[in-house]
Design a protein around this ligand. Structure first.
Ligand SMILES: C[S@@+](CC[C@H](N)C(=O)[O-])C[C@H]1O[C@@H](n2cnc3c(N)ncnc32)[C@H](O)[C@@H]1O
Length: 304
């Protein structure tokens, strides 16, 4: 606690966490929890330029003098953070966002945020699914949100238990790697998997598991989309063991195999500062992402 938060700030966070914990489960609670999660990120003593928690350190040798100044300022702000004011600010900004969503989607449209695509409710039906699935293996999503998860009491069994639910996870037992995976349906990525496997069997396992689970998730998503409906995938490639892992092409292949038609393919550069760290570059950060707009045919397709 002392490592990641100034004491007065931690005391204030504790008041909010207790109040949220006492709320009955409802959508408003989820909304406020999401806002609180952003507050935690804003007031913790972790470097905001790095996606996983790394202690803010203005003296790090690799920093330029402007970067040192930023970190000194951030540290001072975070030691004296007014949690209540920041909470109100974030709630107000998110209320505006929700208003903009309603302006686009209409007030009668229902939207649903799903927390685990590996256990989709098979009765779900949607006209539009938007998802930004995980990168093959360049990000540590659970660690990135670990401080918020812990404050919200959402990790009662530890972070590993959550990581096990995620797609693109990186921890596997030796015997899991040794026993291999059913890769027959991954012909579109066979060459890349083979090249990666020659360098590192664990990395190959991680990559193949990622594709198998994305394939299964996309089968469920296709089933949930009404004929004529749309899937929007925001996806980026990465580098695994020095080999380009063409996630965009692989997911597009899975989708077209499922009967989706690619309507639009937009390429965007990733500007988020949080992702551009030296480590990310060395493990295979690629500064581009693709937005795929895919349509399920109004009739035909896979016959659903
Ligand atoms: C490329 S990021 C997209 C982040 C998103 N745009 C956002 O702003 O939160 C991929 C996200 O997929 C999430 N994820 C991983 N496994 C998942 C699963 N089984 N179900 C749902 N989301 C999952 C990760 O935790 C991560 O937040």
């Amino acid at each position: 606690m002392e490592r990641w938060f100034a004491l007065p700030v931690a005391k204030e966070l504790d008041r909010f966490a207790a109040a949220l914990g006492a709320m009955p489960d409802c959508t408003e609670k989820t909304f406020l929890q999401a806002c609180f999660s952003a507050v935690v990120r804003r007031v913790c003593l972790a470097d905001p330029a790095i996606s996983v928690p790394v202690k803010l350190n203005p003296e790090r040798a690799s920093l330029t003098s402007a970067q040192r100044d930023d970190r000194r300022r951030w540290l001072a702000e975070r030691h004296n953070a007014d949690v209540e004011a920041i909470f109100h600010q974030i709630v107000a900004a998110n209320v505006l966002r929700m208003g903009r969503l309603e302006a686009v989607a209409g007030s009668t449209a229902k939207s649903l945020i799903l927390d685990n695509v590996r256990s989709l409710d098979s009765s779900l039906r949607a006209d539009l699914v938007i998802t930004s699935p995980p990168y093959g293996s360049a990000q540590k999503y659970v660690r990135s949100s670990s401080l918020s998860l812990i404050w919200l009491g959402l990790a009662p069994d530890g972070l590993r238990a959550i990581e096990k639910l995620t797609i693109g996870r990186e921890h596997f037992l030796k015997n899991e790697v040794a026993s291999g995976l059913p890769e027959e349906s991954l012909t579109f990525a066979a060459d890349a998997l083979e090249r990666i496997g020659k360098k590192n069997a664990t990395r190959r396992h991680i990559a193949a598991q990622f594709l198998i689970e994305m394939q299964s998730a996309l089968v469920d998503i296709e089933a949930a989309i009404r004929p004529g409906g749309v899937l929007i995938l925001v996806v980026g490639d990465n580098i695994v063991c020095g080999e380009r892992f063409a996630t965009t092409r692989y997911l597009a292949a899975i989708c077209t195999e499922l009967g989706f038609e690619i309507e639009l393919e937009l390429v965007d550069s990733i500007r988020s500062r949080g992702l551009i760290t030296r480590r990310n570059r060395s493990v295979g950060y690629i500064a581009e992402e693709t937005i795929l707009v895919l349509r399920k045919p109004a009739s035909g397709g896979n016959g659903r």
